[in-house]
Ligand binder design. Structure first.
Ligand SMILES: Cc1cc2nc3c(=O)[nH]c(=O)nc-3n(C[C@H](O)[C@H](O)[C@H](O)COP(=O)(O)OP(=O)(O)OC[C@H]3O[C@@H](n4cnc5c(N)ncnc54)[C@H](O)[C@@H]3O)c2cc1C
Length: 482
């Protein structure tokens, strides 16, 4: 195994995928991170929570996020390279995901603005009116410094897992215009020029069927702020994206799609970000593994570099293999999403198969990132827990990757649901039948089928071991044999 390839995210991607489209643009992008992005990112992380300037000197409410000037250069460089516009020019998500992998190797938090802006653009393009596209989509697709950003705000104070019961933000139609009232509790990329917001249509049922998705611009038609930022969250990591709380008070909003389809549109937003999260998790794991390897080659114990001790060497080898497997699983989800992202309900079977793959990948990759970051600290020994050497950062970042876009519990339970309701496991086993032995496939298939017949409480209680094994089984089947 050539650990040197871990130094560069693009080298790793090339090794995994063979030829890569737009290699030169991605190489320039990676170099910009090496040359200055890395240092900027480290200083943003050290500086902690950005400032919220709520008023201008004359007392007008402005809600401006104060991040260092170099930050804007970094984030905009991502847009210019093609995090959003390239998807529409090429009708493909794949290069954007590769770019996201590179971003996340250096700073997983900074990939968030790119991802949520992409999800915003896709939703407007699929479900917005021509006027919305002209006013807003065009701003998100710009290739220069004037590019606008998007955001995706669903979660409220009562909780993000159960959006159906916990969304209290209300949308009201008055004289053919929608207005939104409520509060959103976790709003990443809070300074964005526009956001997708989940709200309950006034008078609708209090479950997921009552949710609709709206585009809410930061500024109203009269030029005033359309909502306020109450405060910025003081987070342990992902400090390269400001996350805040939002107060919506009669905020102007534009309905996307039909109101009763809202939950499907919300799921489509999550599809994009869950695959992005898988890319980010594997990139973070690569970074942690690489940092640990550099250290282990230089650190001596018992008369030789620690990397030469059998136990540690085996751990490195195993993690490298798992990194490759996890990336393969995530990339399969990305490729399958690339086949289905333009679908609208009712969806194809392939869409349901994609959903299962995405749940497996998000669940497995985020856990792998956390475990690899924790292990990298161990490799550094005592130095690992010192903030000045930076390896502890990967664990802080990884903990957030595990939670946003749905916790591990959510991935497991939603994975069970898509198997039960859409037969996604049958689609998966059909899809993998030529890639694994008949016996292994039959054993796994029997396990899943027996599990799905358990009473509800027992089925949920015992689901983690099954889901974890299904992820490993899928990964092994997809990984090319040496
Ligand atoms: C840094 C950061 C940025 C974020 N940015 C955004 C954003 O931009 N937009 C946005 O909409 N959200 C955002 N979120 C919110 C995130 O999506 C939620 O935190 C996440 O979905 C979990 O919701 P919760 O925190 O409310 O936990 P809860 O839903 O309250 O859950 C608490 C715990 O209970 C578990 N649980 C819940 N139900 C079950 C069940 N049936 N079975 C077993 N366990 C269960 C959960 O898995 C979790 O472990 C962000 C979160 C963080 C940390």
């Amino acid at each position: 195994m050539n650990f040197d390839t871990l130094q560069s995210p693009l080298d790793f991607l090339q090794h995994q995928l063979g030829g890569i489209a737009h290699e030169q643009a991605l190489r320039i992008y990676e170099s910009s991170w090496e040359e200055e992005g890395k240092a900027i990112s480290a200083s943003i992380d050290r500086n902690g929570t950005p400032w919220l300037r709520m008023f201008d000197p004359l007392g007008k409410r402005i809600d401006e996020i104060l991040l260092p000037q170099e930050y804007w250069k970094l984030v905009k460089n991502g847009y210019k390279t093609g995090a959003v516009w390239r998807v529409f020019e090429e009708n493909s998500l794949l290069t954007s995901y590769l770019q996201g992998y590179i971003t996340s190797f250096y700073d997983p938090g900074l990939y968030c603005p790119h991802t949520v802006s992409l999800a915003t653009a896709v939703s407007i393009e699929k479900y917005g009116t021509e006027t919305l596209k002209q006013c807003f989509l065009s701003q998100l697709l710009k290739k220069d410094d004037t590019v606008s950003q998007g955001a995706t705000w669903m979660t409220e104070i009562k909780g993000g897992s159960d959006l159906g019961s916990n969304t209290e933000t209300l949308a009201t139609l008055r004289k053919d215009k929608w207005f939104i009232n409520g509060e959103k509790y976790f709003c990443s990329n809070v300074q964005a020029e526009m956001a997708l917001v989940a709200a309950r249509i006034e008078g609708s049922q209090k479950n997921v069927r009552g949710l609709a998705l709206f585009l809410v611009p930061k500024v109203c038609q009269d030029g005033n702020l359309n909502y306020n930022i109450r405060r910025i969250k003081n987070k342990i990591a992902t400090r390269s994206v400001a996350t805040g709380e939002i107060e919506l008070r009669d905020s102007e909003a534009y309905l996307l799609g039909r109101p009763e389809m809202g939950i499907y549109l919300i799921m489509e937003v999550l599809n994009i970000s869950r695959v992005a999260n898988s890319m980010a998790s594997m990139a973070l794991a690569q970074r942690a593994l690489y940092d640990a390897w550099c250290f282990a080659r230089q650190r001596h114990a018992f008369a030789k570099p620690i990397i030469e001790h059998g136990l540690l060497q085996q751990q490195f080898t195993d993690r490298f293999r798992q990194l490759r497997g996890g990336f393969t699983l995530g990339w399969e989800a990305a490729k399958m999403l690339d086949d289905v992202w333009r679908e609208t309900p009712p969806y194809s079977e392939r869409y349901h198969l994609f959903r299962l793959l995405a749940h497996l990948s998000k669940y497995w990759s985020a856990e792998f990132a956390v475990q690899t970051a924790k292990w990298a600290i161990e490799v550094y020994g005592g130095i690992g827990v010192l903030k000045e050497y930076g390896v502890e950062r990967w664990l802080r970042e990884a903990m957030i990757l595990q939670i946003w876009e749905g916790t591990p519990h959510r991935q497991i339970l939603d994975g069970l649901e898509v198997m039960e309701r859409k037969g996604a496991h049958i689609l998966l086993f059909d899809y993998l039948q030529d890639r694994t032995s008949k016996t292994t496939l039959k054993t796994m298939r029997n396990r899943v089928e027996v599990h799905l017949k358990l009473p509800k409480t027992e089925k949920e209680a015992k689901s983690e071991a099954l889901f974890s094994d299904l992820a490993l089984f899928t990964m092994n089947a997809l990984t090319p044999k040496p």
